[in-house]
Write a protein that binds this ligand. Structure first.
Ligand SMILES: [Zn+2]
Ligand SMILES: [Zn+2]
Length: 337
């Protein structure tokens, strides 16, 4: 196959089965409320069942435990204990580290790829790909749950020598190798990971282009390349090429169960603690990354006075105004406060 699809998969949320349908709003298309984004959002929120979240496939704790010697991440980014002062300081220095990594990563990737090729194959890969411009490194935003991907395609070109176009002996066949490695912008966030991803994908290219193996991506030939890379760059660069794509993905957002401590990580703010609950124990979730700014007087300790008032009064006002839309009821209740 022209490209290799890595096997690292990361299942996301497990959708609850057979959700009850959200009922239609009482409004017709001719009314303003029918088209009101705000009203529809409120309506949907009110009528949506609470979602249950299930644990992620990648658990940062297990992955980091295996890589304690080589991981360059500060340990606190994967633990769930909260010590505000040190955490803030760490977050700041982690931000700095990310910035400088982002500035250096392109050059770093190019030079390490060249070093790998020189050391492991005596420059064969870049020589084979030279006629198509060499091995290309493409940074992409499209890969979310995998850190890298190796792409390879062979093109056979027949050319007749100009001197004697009639002779079959003068036909020469050349093979062009189109080789590239895709690197995930969102997933590769430090040097250690970058180098390991490149080494892994480099092994795939060597497997395709030198060993000629196109069927079994992590087979015995791959393992030979992997072992060579690990031996050559293990000590000096922390390289360990395995047959798994077990990168510890750094997600931008995290929520933690207040009860069992299960952590849910996402690239976007796709979890809403008001609507989602822990899949392991069904307790509430609290955002833990980035830590939301909360008032010192413990806004988390329970519903505010206002919330309690709203809850009580909603029932009263609803009784007094049967058939009134939710939005109207909320307006009336808010007016009483
Ligand atoms: Zn692979
Ligand atoms: Zn839980």
């Amino acid at each position: 196959p022209p490209s290799h699809i890595p096997q690292h998969q990361q299942p996301g949320l497990v959708s609850p089965k057979k959700l009850p349908r959200i009922p239609n709003t009482p409004h017709r298309a001719s009314s303003d409320a029918f088209w009101s984004r705000e009203f529809i959002d409120d309506w949907n929120d009110e009528h949506s069942p609470k979602k249950i979240l299930f644990p992620d496939a990648t658990k940062s704790k297990t992955t980091t435990a295996k890589k304690t010697t080589s991981s360059s991440k500060p340990p606190s980014t994967t633990t769930t204990t909260s010590k505000p002062p040190s955490k803030t300081a760490l977050a700041a220095s982690a931000r700095e580290a990310k910035k400088s990594f982002a500035a250096a990563k392109h050059a770093l990737a190019e030079s390490f790829l060249a070093e790998l090729d020189e050391t492991i194959t005596a420059g064969q890969l870049s020589a084979l790909a030279a006629s198509t411009g060499g091995i290309k490194l493409n940074w992409t935003n499209k890969l979310n749950t995998t850190a890298g991907r190796a792409n390879w395609k062979r093109e056979t070109v027949r050319t007749k020598a100009a001197a004697d176009p009639t002779s079959s002996a003068s036909v020469t066949t050349t093979t062009k190798h189109h080789a590239s490695i895709e690197l995930a912008e969102k997933v590769i966030d430090d040097e250690h990971r970058l180098l390991n991803v490149i080494a892994h994908e480099f092994c795939h290219l060597a497997n395709f282009m030198i060993s000629g193996v196109t069927t079994n991506p992590h087979g015995k030939e791959f393992k030979v390349w992997a072992a060579r890379c690990s031996r050559a760059f293990g000590e000096s660069r922390g390289i360990e090429v395995t047959t798994k794509h077990s990168y510890d993905i750094d997600f931008k957002y995290a929520w933690t169960c207040v009860d069992c401590g299960m952590e849910f990580k996402r690239h976007s703010r796709s979890i809403d603690p008001k609507r989602h609950r822990c899949g392991a124990c069904k307790s509430e979730l609290r955002q833990t990354k980035p830590v939301p700014r909360v008032a010192k007087d413990g806004g988390k300790q329970g519903p505010s006075e206002y919330q309690v008032f709203m809850k009580e009064q909603m029932a009263v006002v609803r009784g007094e105004n049967p058939g009134s839309p939710q939005k109207e009821i909320m307006r009336l209740v808010a007016g009483r406060w």
